[in-house]
Design a protein around this ligand. Structure first.
Ligand code: AMP
Ligand code: ZN
Ligand code: FE
Ligand code: FE
Length: 292
């Protein structure tokens, strides 16, 4: 079983449409894929609709990656199999997603002040109807020839955390996020908790506090964690009684990782599905499960 529990589509800052992502997941030989766009579930319907046309089995786990902040440190909370219509969580998701627009416009203004001829129209075209984020603005800078890749824009000079053109966005308290997701029947996994090259990370004491507040797991196997970091996080998960997941954090062309680059143990996946009551994984109605 190959299980990838963290991917992005054009509903946020990935480059595959939800349907393309589903087809690619099947081609890559995944058995389970989670769609976890930033602060939105808008891609779910298209992803579900793409499942019956597959020629092999693939199960979709519906989810989202919620933008949170703890003591001034941005962090991401993966949420799985919650009821997408539960009003309180829906409202909080929309507040975070909607604030991304004025925030991105603020970054465009800062870039203009720095002499970069980027426009909101350009960024809005790149983002389409996806939840707008820094990778879209980064792509505008690539188009203008100011940086050579999306990653190269995540620096103090441009859009990195606290960088010259950075603007913070509205983010959820992670304890509140855990409470809301649980109330909507979902399961929470702290995404890439030790991705130090992205910015400041929360201390292990905070992970322990989140665990006490009902956090279900931490993402251990992720491209932003060195092998030693993964080993340390796996130990921490064991100590705290947390599930340890692995995933690609696939973004299509906007990041170098490929689908299934890291995967989650089937037993851990089984536990996630047992804990969730807000939604069921959506089985593909395609061909028989691949046995190879
Ligand atoms: P935002 O949510 O708008 O603050 O943008 C943060 C998103 O940018 C993250 O969730 C990643 O998807 C992406 N990101 C962060 N660092 C990098 C990087 N170095 N290269 C490419 N994408 C990145
Ligand atoms: Zn992203
Ligand atoms: Fe993330
Ligand atoms: Fe992500």
């Amino acid at each position: 079983m190959r299980i990838d529990l963290h991917t992005h589509s054009t509903a946020s800052d990935g480059t595959d449409t939800p349907a393309q992502l589903i087809r690619r997941a099947a081609v890559e030989g995944l058995d389970v894929v989670a769609l976890t766009d930033h602060d939105t579930t808008r891609g779910h319907a298209e992803a579900i609709a793409a499942l019956p046309s597959l020629d092999r089995d693939l199960t979709l786990v519906t989810g989202a990656e919620l933008s949170c902040r703890l003591d001034g440190i941005s962090m991401h909370m993966l949420a799985y199999l919650f009821d997408a219509d539960e009003p309180e969580l829906l409202r909080q998701r929309e507040l975070v997603r909607d604030d991304r627009v004025p925030r991105a416009q603020g970054m465009v203004r800062k870039l203009q002040e720095l002499g970069a001829p980027v426009t909101w129209e350009q960024v809005a075209r790149i983002a389409g109807d996806g939840s707008v984020g820094r990778p879209h603005i980064a792509e505008a800078l690539v188009e203008l020839g100011l940086v050579s890749s999306v990653s190269d824009a995540f620096t103090p000079e441009w859009l990195g955390d606290g960088g010259r053109a950075y603007v913070a966005k509205h983010e959820l308290d992670p304890f509140e996020a855990i409470r809301l997701v649980k109330a909507a029947g979902g399961v929470t996994v702290f995404a890439h908790p030790a991705a130090a090259k992205r910015g400041r990370i929360v201390p292990e004491s905070a992970i322990a506090a989140l665990a006490s507040a009902g956090l279900d797991g931490i993402e251990v196997d992720h491209m932003d964690h060195e092998p030693a970091t993964r080993a340390r996080l796996r130990g921490l998960a064991g100590e705290l009684g947390l599930l340890a997941t692995g995933s690609s954090d696939y973004h299509g062309l906007r990041k170098t990782c490929v689908l299934g680059e890291f995967t989650t143990d089937p037993e851990v996946y089984g536990e996630i599905t047992r804990r969730a009551t807000g939604a069921f994984p959506v089985p593909g109605a395609g061909g028989p499960a691949r046995t190879a």
